[in-house]
Design a protein around this ligand. Structure first.
Ligand code: ADP
Ligand code: ADP
Length: 232
């Protein structure tokens, strides 16, 4: 069964004349690394927001790990949090908190046992090359470091799915490669990745297995990358 499944999803914001997403259907299987490409305004963020249940579709259904995410009750939000980790272009970290605090707080929300939280947070930071003992508030760190903290936070709960919305949008090519290197490890661990980007560097070096292309809210291309262009 697909781990993410959209069936005929349409979303229009307010009184916009055009839908942000129009009749989009797609299935992503466990372990895939799919890139969501297309120009600015094509609907990439909207698609990710719908999967995260941050937006509601007008029509259609979205299933994550078999469950219709828009029919979950409020009390079931933890279900989504356990299944989805997310990273964003602007990191969305707590700027005054340390890397460890950022990761711990999110893990605590997942309802993990207290003794597991600290160990997992440290392990997740170490895995992306951030010193878990750092006392620096994350706002004093470079963009590349902040995005690695965000990645650690997204993955510390070991969700089966990672959603990434332009994760390298604020990073130069060298830092972009650091993030891609970290993502290749995430993928090797079996995590399903759906990554929205319009960055050709990511397309050429991420090692993705599939490319989805959105154009004005429509899925115009869905292509398997036979021999994934690998970065390493
Ligand atoms: P992308 O991520 O590919 O740049 P978006 O999903 O952000 O595309 O945007 C798709 C369309 O929806 C655009 O026309 C954008 O202006 C519009 N849009 C996105 N978010 C909102 C919002 N919160 N309110 C109104 N319109 C929005
Ligand atoms: P905010 O007020 O900044 O939106 P949230 O509590 O909504 O804070 O989110 C905190 C972090 O949890 C986000 O930055 C994101 O990484 C993650 N997150 C938010 N919503 C979801 C979701 N539906 N599924 C998985 N992770 C989420």
């Amino acid at each position: 069964a697909a781990i993410i499944e959209l069936s005929r999803v349409t979303k229009t914001y307010g009184r916009a004349p055009q839908p942000a997403l129009a009749d989009v259907s797609l299935r992503i299987e466990q372990g895939e690394f799919a890139l969501l490409m297309g120009p600015s305004g094509a609907g990439k963020s909207t698609l990710l927001s719908l999967i995260m249940a941050m937006e509601q579709p007008d029509r259609g259904t979205i299933r994550v790990a078999g469950r219709d995410v828009h029919r979950l009750t409020r009390a079931s939000i933890p279900y989504l949090r356990r299944n989805l980790g997310a990273v964003f272009q602007d990191f969305k970290l707590l700027p005054e908190a340390t890397p460890l605090e950022n990761v711990r707080l999110t893990l605590a929300v997942l309802g993990l046992r207290r003794r597991d939280v600290l160990a997992r947070a440290r392990e997740a930071l170490a895995r992306v090359g951030i010193d878990p003992r750092s006392r620096k508030p994350v706002r004093c760190m470079s963009g590349g470091e902040q995005q690695r903290v965000a990645l650690a936070r997204a993955l510390a709960g070991r969700p089966p799915i990672l959603l990434a919305d332009e994760p390298t949008g604020n990073l130069d090519p060298a830092l972009t490669r650091d993030i891609l290197r970290a993502l290749s490890l995430v993928r090797a661990a079996g995590t399903t990745i759906l990554l929205a980007t319009h960055d050709p560097v990511v397309y050429h070096h991420a090692g993705a297995s599939r490319v989805l292309h959105l154009e004005m809210g429509r899925l115009t291309e869905d292509r398997v990358l036979e021999r994934a262009p690998s970065f390493v």
